[in-house]
Design a protein around this ligand. Structure first.
Ligand SMILES: C[S@@+](CC[C@H](N)C(=O)[O-])C[C@H]1O[C@@H](n2cnc3c(N)ncnc32)[C@H](O)[C@@H]1O
Length: 322
């Protein structure tokens, strides 16, 4: 239960048109202050003031990351329930809100386009680029171990790029499918799988946010160095989770939090790594728990720490710590 003054704070925070617009946008997922300023066309200090009021009232939570700050709806019992009630009763067809949502999808499309252009340019050199920041051999040994001993009838590698994970785990699965939105990356992957004589894998063009054909299909799903291209990685995790069989397992490999801001401007990254706490939160929202996580320090001074998380479906009466 909340104190009356806290409830007043909550209602006051929600009771203003710009803040309602911000909340309606946050229903779509995590957004940065930069996204809000572009969508609403208001100055950064003004947007930040509104977001601070929402955060002080507990309606949203803030996560600072390099030069950007991300916000997400707080899903706790009081604030989450109020936000949900507001959104259930808010007519998102009202012209201002509809325009905001249209601008958001335009913004997302432009960001995807930038990432696609980047991958089209570097497709041929990606295998070299990937190993630049990371001690690969220890990580890959751990990935093979984390894939488990059990039979993997179907392995789904989301954001497969040049197909390295299909190649690495080829001896583990009966059928492997690598999905990616970049034709250029896939053509490198196809050539590589052919050259290696890997016949139990194929690659397909597709988007991680449209996985209807793969629902409930896979024993093992992989997101290897893909999540940092999403403003809201929890969306990709939720889509990936929908592809798991009930006993299935997901492996996520990505950077630990870092401050290499230039990766945003030069290599289309959106998130500067992710913490164990964030992963636990995102997994939980997708009905998964973190079964294990391991960190791999960089092989050189200017490298980055990489983490391998194994996620499993939450079973009734079953709780697991990070
Ligand atoms: C950094 S590469 C990683 C490739 C591979 N997993 C690896 O580690 O070598 C990220 C890949 O994710 C793909 N990607 C990014 N967003 C995607 C999306 N929404 N749907 C499908 N693929 C996506 C990119 O095209 C790119 O090939």
């Amino acid at each position: 239960m909340r104190q009356p003054q806290d409830i007043v704070l909550l209602l006051k925070a929600a009771g203003e048109i710009t803040r309602l617009r911000l909340l309606a946008l946050l229903v779509q997922g995590e957004l940065s202050v930069k996204d809000f300023t572009e969508i609403l066309g208001q100055s950064q200090p003004r947007i930040s003031r509104h977001l601070k009021l929402l955060a002080d009232a507990g309606l949203v939570t803030r996560h600072a990351e390099g030069a950007w700050a991300y916000y997400r709806l707080n899903r706790d019992r009081t604030s989450g329930a109020l936000a949900e009630w507001l959104m259930d009763h808010l007519d998102t067809d009202a012209s201002e809100l509809r325009r905001d949502l249209e601008k958001l999808s335009g913004l997302r499309a432009a960001q995807q386009e930038r990432a696609a252009t980047f991958f089209a340019t570097i497709a041929q050199s990606w295998d070299k680029l990937r190993s630049l920041h990371v001690a690969e051999s220890a990580l890959e040994t751990a990935i093979v171990a984390a894939a488990g001993q059990g039979p993997v009838e179907m392995f789904l590698d989301l954001g497969t790029g040049t197909g390295r994970m299909l190649e690495l785990l080829a001896g583990k699965y009966t059928q492997g499918i690598g999905l990616d939105s970049s034709r250029e990356m896939l053509s490198v992957a196809r050539a590589k799988l052919d050259a290696e004589g890997i016949e139990n894998a194929q690659v397909r063009l597709g988007n991680i946010t449209e996985l209807g054909d793969y629902h409930g299909s896979s024993d093992l799903v992989m997101l290897h160095q893909v999540l940092h291209y999403f403003d809201d990685p929890s969306i990709a995790i939720a889509h990936a989770a929908s592809c798991l069989k009930p006993e299935g397992r997901m492996l996520v490999v990505d950077f630990a939090p870092h401050d290499l801001e230039f990766l945003r401007s030069e290599q289309a990254h959106r998130r500067l790594g992710m913490s164990h706490e964030q992963m636990a939160l995102w997994a939980d929202a997708a009905g998964l728990s973190v079964a294990s996580c391991k960190s791999f320090p960089p092989s050189r001074e200017d490298g980055l720490t990489v983490c391998l998380w194994a996620l499993e479906t939450i079973k009734p009466n079953h709780t697991k710590g990070v």
